[in-house]
Design a protein around this ligand. Structure first.
Ligand code: UFG
Length: 339
């Protein structure tokens, strides 16, 4: 442990990506404080993190929509950097309940930034998404690709969030890095933490593992008439542990004042595109479980293909993925069997 490092606030630290990032932070000797409102996470995740790392992170159950509670938190804690995960993330729900998304994802970000600047907390990592690129004109997608009009209020909160942070860095002693995630999947190898979707999963991998486990009858593959080699849509699936490690690299860049701009943007993916059928086949190879599936129509709002050009993150963050799609599917399956 290097006790000289300051405290890192992780909002949404009991969520899927947040919890894996807390593990990596603690493994690196950072002292972590988690804020989570438990609206889409479980308190038992704290035990999972503690069991993996041997260190129980500080935890404050707090709703970031309460300005007075956020203010009080920063008065009580000495924070050096913030990794901000806390947000609502269901694309479909955001279309139905846009104001919930603007309040949960934007209002909270404003309160956080107000207190960070008031308390001279100068380092922020923001969870952004490749959704800001929409269907990019060129593949793989570089950070220079244009930002397309958002397909959903959720996607819009990521675009607006990036802009709010950028404007704030211009006039304050604040540096920020937005990490634009591609598709995070899998879980910690210890199977002590993983993805915990509530209700019927909307994302591919939890639906695949629940179907294999017999909880769902069959997987619906949304479209096989896309202009891709096998007709199904292509995504860049990144192991959540690799993704978590990108946050450590980004944080060290800010703490070491190695950033070249007040606000920087990095694509965080593997650089490799996989189709839905590639995922189904890889799942069978890894687990020996064949999946019931049927082809249905395209899902509204889905793009054809997205995968990252990761060269900027590789060069500037000194970060690279180490784990494969098979590793990720294997860990997701082990986690499913444990549930
Ligand atoms: N898919 C199926 N059947 C399912 C679920 C998904 O065929 O039951 C397909 C989708 O059509 C898509 C692929 O599997 O082609 C991946 O779908 P996901 O829902 O897992 O992921 P998305 O790429 O749609 O969305 C993810 C995140 C969003 C983020 C978006 C950025 O969930 O938060 O990437 O593109 F905004």
């Amino acid at each position: 442990m290097n006790n000289k490092k300051g405290k890192i606030l992780v909002t949404g630290g009991l969520g899927f990506i947040g919890s894996h990032t807390v593990v990596e932070l603690q493994n690196e000797g950072f002292e972590v404080v988690i804020i989570d409102d438990l609206s889409n996470s479980r308190i038992e995740v704290l035990d999972g993190i503690t069991s993996i790392t041997g260190v129980k992170p500080a935890f404050v159950q707090l709703d970031l929509k309460s300005k007075s509670l956020v203010t009080g938190f920063f008065e009580d804690h000495d924070i050096e950097g913030v990794i901000h995960f806390a947000a609502s993330k269901a694309v479909g729900e955001s279309v139905q309940e846009p104001l919930k998304y603007y309040e949960n994802n934007i209002t909270t970000l404003i309160y956080l930034l107000q207190q960070m600047t008031a308390n001279r907390v100068g380092n922020l990592i923001f969870s952004s998404s490749c959704t800001v690129y929409g269907q990019a004109d060129e593949l793989p997608i570089t950070e220079k690709a244009s930002i397309k009009p958002a397909e959903s209020p959720y996607g819009n909160t990521k675009q607006i969030g990036e802009e709010i942070i950028k404007d704030t860095t211009r006039v304050n002693d604040l540096s920020a890095i937005a990490l634009r995630y591609f598709n995070p999947i899998g879980g910690h190898d210890s199977i002590k933490i993983g993805e915990l979707p509530i209700g019927v999963p909307q994302n591919l991998i939890p639906f695949v593992t629940q179907t294999a486990a017999g909880i769902r009858k069959e997987l619906s593959i949304f479209g096989d008439d896309y202009p891709t080699p096998d007709g199904t849509a292509i995504r860049d699936y990144i192991h959540v542990v690799d993704l978590a490690k990108a946050h450590i690299s980004a944080l060290k860049r800010l703490l070491g004042k190695k950033n070249k701009e007040k606000m920087e943007f990095f694509n965080i993916g593997t650089g490799k595109g996989s189709s839905v059928l590639d995922v189904v086949n890889a799942f069978k190879k890894v687990t020996n479980v064949a999946l019931n599936y049927k082809i249905v129509g395209r899902r509204e709002g889905d793009i054809v293909s997205a995968y990252a050009d990761t060269s900027l993150a590789n060069k500037e963050l000194g970060w690279k993925t180490k784990l494969s799609l098979e590793d990720a599917l294997n860990s997701a399956w082990k986690w499913q069997l444990k549930q």
